[in-house]
Design a protein around this ligand. Sequence first.
Ligand SMILES: *Cc1c(COP(=O)(O)O)cnc(C)c1O
Length: 392
Amino acid sequence: MSDQPAGPRVGPNAEIVVDVAAIRHNVRVLRELTGVPIIAVVKADGYGHGMLAAARAVREAGAEWIGVATVDEALQLRDAGYSGPLLCWLTLPGTDYERPVAEGVDLSPYSVSELDAIAAAAEAAGRRARVQIKVDTGLNRGGASRSTWAELFARAREGERVGSWKVTGLWSHFACSDEPDHPANDRQEQAFRAAVALAGDCGLHPELLHLSNSAAAVLRPSARFGAVRCGIAVYGLDPAPGRTPDLGLVPAMTVRTRLALVKDLVPGDAVSYGQRWVADRPTTVGLVPVGYGDGVPRHAFHPGGGAEVAVRGKRRPIRGSVCMDQFMVDLGGDVAEAGDEVVLFGAGGDVPTAQDWAEACGTINYEIVTRIGGRMTRTYVDSAGPAPEAGP
Ligand SMILES: *Cc1c(COP(=O)(O)O)cnc(C)c1O
C-alpha cells in the first residue's frame, strides 16, 4: 500500500450538503431577535458543517465575533485569513500562547497560572494579549471557581496595569439554558452579576460581558448582556426542543446518498447483524451505503423503533442493526429502485430533521450533526446565490 493516489477516485457513497444561505439567514434572525452582537460558534468543524465555510457565512451575515473551543481552531481561522474578533476558551497547561497572542486571539483564562503563561507569551510576542476571563457560575466545568475569583481578578488587574494584556471580556456559561424554568438559570445569572461587580471592585472594567448560548439567547432576554454566543441555532437547529418559539430557523445541513440495492423479503426474513428485526409481512428493503463509520449512530435502530430516512419523498424506517458501512430501510410494498436518492436528514417537511434523528437515537441534535461525516464529502450550496467558496 502506498499513500500516493493510484488513480482517479470514484467518489463517496454519501455527501453532506450545507446551504450557507441558511447559516446567514439564521444569524440574521438571531441578531434581530437579541439586539446584541453575536459571537457565532464554529468549533468542532462548525458543528460538522465545515468551520471555514461556517465562519465565512456568519461573517457575511454580520456576526461580530467568532467563537471556537481550541487555540488550534482559532489559528486555523487566522491562517485562512480571518482577522476579525475571535474568542477561544479551552486550553491545556503548557499551551504556547505566543502565536494566539501575536494573532490577537482573545483567550479565556480560568486561573492565575494561565495568566502567568499568557504574560510570558505577551512578553515574548512583544504585544499586549487580549483576555476574557471565564468564571464558573454553576456549570462546574470550565471557568474559575467562585472561591478563586478575587485572586484571579487581582492578578488580571496587575497584568493590565503592567501592560501584559487588556481584559476585554468577562463571561460564563449556563448549565440548563434549554430548560428556561430551571432554578439554576436564575442562580447562575445572579452569580455572574456578582462576578461582574467583584471584577469592578478589583478595578477591572471589561467591555464585553456574555453569558448566553443559543437557548439562553432566545429564551432569556435578561441574560443577553453585551453579546450572545450562538452555536446550534446558527446551524438552524432548535436549541431547546419543545420550548423555543418558532423563529423560522432553517437547518443548513442535508445528508444524502442513494440506495445501493433493493430486495424483497418474505415474512420471517430477519435483517442485519443479530437479526434484530424480522419481517412480519412481505416487503421490500433498501440498502443504504453509510453506517457508523460515517457517523450514523448505531442507536438509529433499536427494537422499539429508530430513525427514518426519506426515499422518493416518503419517510422510511431503518430496519435492523446499523452496521459500520451500511444499513437497511423498509420500503414497504412501494416501488423503489437502486439508485434512488435517500435523504437521512435535512430541512424538514418531506425529509426528517437532525432533531428527529436525535429523538430517535436518544441524544441531542448537536451530536447528530457534529458526528456525521466519516467518509462522506461535504459540498456547499448557496440557495440565495452562486456556489460559494469555503473560506472565512
Ligand atoms: C459550544 C458553546 C457555545 C454554543 O452553544 P450552543 O448551545 O450551541 O449555542 C457557547 N458557549 C460555550 C462556552 C460553548 O462551549
